[in-house]
Design a binder for this molecule. Sequence first.
Ligand code: S3P
Length: 164
Amino acid sequence: MLDVILVGFMGAGKTTVGQVLATNYQRPHIDLDDEIITLVGQSIPQIFAQAGETIFRQWETQALQQALAKKGVLSAGGGVVETAANRAMLKQTHIPVIYLKVLPETVLSRLKGDTTRPLLQQGPAAVRALWQRRLALYEQVATHAIVTDTLTPEAISQQIYQLL
Ligand code: S3P
């Protein structure tokens, strides 16, 4: 039995590691971005372009609330810590919150050419500033942290299993 929440910056491997964990330990996998897409009926870039980030964050809070009522491995979006209500929910839950740490240079190289993440389109300097600003927010909600830059999803998954 493995119920866990994965948080961390874009490109940290939350979705991939979540899928590996769910497969290896036979748990359902919930990807928060997918939940939002289903809830709204639009892609993430469409939501950002048409409704804007503030509205996206409101959908994200609703999706998180619903996801926390379910069991399994939850891969959150990188910006889940932006909203105070989300941070409060993550701090209050009894489910372990694993912070997958990644350096901004790793993010920029892993996600080079990515067009699915609106906040990456603002260029490297903005991504580094966002990363810097969010550091403390991930630390606030996490019960455990793993530095992921040089690890494979399998190795990260094993570390998480050993931590819990
Ligand atoms: C975001 C991260 C994305 C997605 C949206 C906003 C963020 O999820 O929720 O583009 O604010 O960091 P991933 O971390 O899964 O890429």
